[in-house]
Design a binder for this molecule. Structure first.
Ligand code: TYD
Ligand code: MG
Length: 454
C-alpha cells in the first residue's frame, strides 16, 4: 500500500484519519479535521505514545516494588491537594487555560516557592529577561531555577538531560516544534509529536513535566484537547480575566480525584491561594441590600458559599434584556419562565441582570434557589437578611428539588456564621446530622419560598 504523506487529525479529540471527513468518526464533532504531515518514521514516537518497556519482562503485580518515594510536595497546599497529595515523579501534567489567565504566573511560582527544587523552566513565549522581570514581581529566590528560552524540542531535551532537573516546565507546548516534522509549531501534528517526546522523557528520567497549553475560544489552533489522552493529569484554569479569582480544576488525574478545585486570587504579587473561598465571596456590607442572596453550592468536592446578585428593572425597550455573568443564561431564562408560569410574576416585561460574585463561573444547580430569591428580592425591592443562605434546585414545575451533599453545605454555612438556610423539603439528611447554631427551613415550591421570605 502506498504510504500517505499527510494525515488528518481531529482538533477536538485527536483521532487520526487517512482522509478528510466532515464529521469526526470518533467524537462526532463536525468540521474538526485538520491536515498535517504524517510523522516521520524515525521521529521518535509519532502516533505511538507507548512507553519504552526498559527491557523488563512481564512480572506479577504483587512483586512490583513501588516502595520508593514517588511523590514530592510543591509547597502549595492547594496544588498538592489538587494533584492528589503532591506531584508524582515521572508524571506529565497539562496546565490549560485561555491566554492571560495566569498559567505562566502559576508555573513560575512553583520553582520560586520551592527552595532547592532544581527546575528547568523552558519559555518559548518570553525572553529570559521577561521571565526575570516576572519573577521579580513574584518574589522568591530562584537559586535553583534554570530559565531557558528555546522552542526546538531536540535542544530542550538535550539540555534537560544535561541539567537533570527535578521538574521540567514547558511554556507553552504550542510553541515547541520538532525538526523531524515539516509542519509549523502549533499544528496538531507538532503538538502530538512533541508531547509524546516529553512523555518518553518523563517516564525514562522520572522527572515530572508540566506542559502549558492554550485554549482558544474558537479552537483555531490545535487545542490541548488532543493531548488529554497522552498526559497523566489535566488541570484547567477557569475564571474571568477581569475578575480577581481563578479556579484551577482537575479534569483528569491518573493519581487522584478529579473533582478537586483550587481557588486563587490574582494580585500584584502573583497568584495567592484562597484556602477558604467562602470567606471572600460572601457579602461584606453591614446593611442587607435588595437583590442579593447567598447560595451554598458544591464545586468539585468542596462546599462553598457565593453571593448572587440580581437586578430587575422595567424594560426600556420592547424586548427585555437578559444577561448573566458567571451563570448559564439559558438556565436563568428557564428559572424566570418558572417564576412567570408557576408563581405569576410578570418578569416578561422586565430587564433581568444576574451576577455571581468574584467573577466565578458556577454550574451547580444548587444555586437555583438563591438565583430566584435574588431576582424576587430585587423585583420587590425587599432585602433578604444577610444571615440567610439558600441551597436547592428548582424544577420546571416550580418545585424545589434536593441536591446531593446538602449536609456538607449546611455545615459550611454554619461554620461561616449563617443563622438560617433554606433547603428542599424533600432533602433527606443523615440521621445523626447535627446542625447546631443554624436553623433549617424546608420549602417545597416557589410560592412557599415567597411566603417565607417576603
Ligand atoms: P500570565 O501568567 O502571563 O497568563 P498566561 O500565561 O495564562 O497567558 O498572566 C497574565 C495576567 O496576570 C496579566 O494580565 C497580568 C496578571 N498578573 C498580575 O496581575 N500580577 C502578577 O504578579 C503577574 C505576574 C501577572
Ligand atoms: Mg503565558
Amino acid at each position: 500500500m502506498a504510504k500517505s504523506k499527510t494525515v488528518w487529525y481531529c482538533k477536538s479529540c485527536g483521532a487520526e484519519s487517512l482522509k478528510w471527513m466532515g464529521m469526526c468518526p470518533s467524537c462526532g464533532e463536525w468540521n474538526t479535521m485538520v491536515e498535517a504531515p504524517a510523522p516521520a518514521k524515525n521521529a521518535g514516537g509519532g502516533a505511538c505514545h507507548s512507553l519504552p518497556s526498559g527491557g523488563i519482562p512481564p512480572m506479577l503485580l504483587s512483586e512490583v516494588d513501588a516502595s520508593g518515594e514517588s511523590r514530592f510536595s510543591l509547597h502549595s497546599d492547594e496544588l498538592d491537594r489538587l494533584l492528589g497529595g503532591g506531584i508524582v515523579k515521572g508524571s506529565i501534567i497539562l496546565l490549560g487555560g485561555e491566554p492571560g489567565i495566569g498559567k505562566s504566573t502559576l508555573s513560575l511560582q512553583i520553582p520560586l516557592h520551592c527552595e532547592g527544587l532544581k527546575t528547568l523552566y523552558v519559555s518559548g513565549e518570553e525572553s529570559v529577561n521577561q521571565v526575570k522581570l516576572r519573577a521579580g514581581r513574584l518574589g522568591g529566590s530562584g537559586d535553583s531555577c534554570y530559565i531557558y528560552s528555546e522552542t526546538l524540542i531536540e535542544n530542550i531535551l538535550s539540555e534537560a538531560r544535561k541539567i537533570n532537573p527535578d521538574l521540567l516546565i514547558v511554556d507553552s507546548i504550542q510553541t515547541v516544534y520538532s525538526e523531524g516534522l515539516e509542519s509549523s509549531p502549533g499544528t496538531v501534528g507538532q503538538i502530538r509529536e512533541c508531547a509524546a517526546r516529553f512523555l518518553r522523557y518523563a517516564k525514562e528520567s522520572g522527572t515530572p513535566v508540566i506542559l502549558i497549553g492554550h485554549i482558544t475560544k474558537d479552537g483555531m489552533i490545535a487545542g490541548p484537547k488532543v493531548l488529554e489522552h497522552i498526559v497523566d493529569v489535566v488541570l484547567q484554569f477557569e475564571g474571568d480575566n477581569s475578575g480577581a479569582y481563578r479556579i484551577l480544576r482537575g479534569i483528569k488525574n491518573r493519581f487522584g480525584a478529579t473533582s478537586e478545585i483550587a481557588v486563587y486570587e490574582m494580585t500584584s504579587g502573583g497568584l495567592k491561594e484562597v484556602s477558604n473561598p467562602s470567606d471572600m465571596l460572601i457579602p461584606m456590607h453591614g446593611e442587607p441590600l435588595s437583590g442579593i442572596a447567598v447560595s451554598a453550592m458544591l464545586d468539585g468536592t468542596r462546599p462553598f458559599l457565593i453571593e448572587t446578585q440580581a437586578l430587575v428593572s422595567s424594560a426600556a425597550y420592547g424586548t427585555p434584556q437578559r444577561s448573566a455573568t458567571g451563570f448559564d443564561v439559558r438556565r436563568m431564562n428557564m428559572l424566570l419562565a418558572v417564576l412567570e408560569k408557576r408563581a405569576g410574576f410578570r418578569l416578561g416585561v422586565k430587564d433581568v441582570f444576574l451576577n455571581m460574585a468574584g467573577g466565578l463561573r458556577v454550574n451547580d444547580p444548587a444555586c437555583d434557589l438563591a438565583v430566584i430569591s435574588a431576582v424576587l428580592s430585587s423585583n420587590f425591592d425587599v432585602p433578604i437578611s444577610s444571615h440567610v443562605c439558600f441551597c436547592g434546585e428548582v424544577g420546571l414545575s416550580g418545585e424545589i428539588r434536593p441536591v446531593s451533599q446538602t449536609d456538607r453545605m449546611i455545615s459550611e454555612a454554619s461554620r461561616i456564621g449563617f443563622e438560617r438556610i433554606f433547603i428542599s423539603s424533600f432533602t433527606s439528611l443523615p440521621d445523626m446530622f447535627s446542625h447546631k447554631g443554624i436553623e433549617i427551613v424546608k420549602i417545597s415550591d416557589v410560592p412557599q419560598l415567597c411566603r417565607s421570605l417576603f
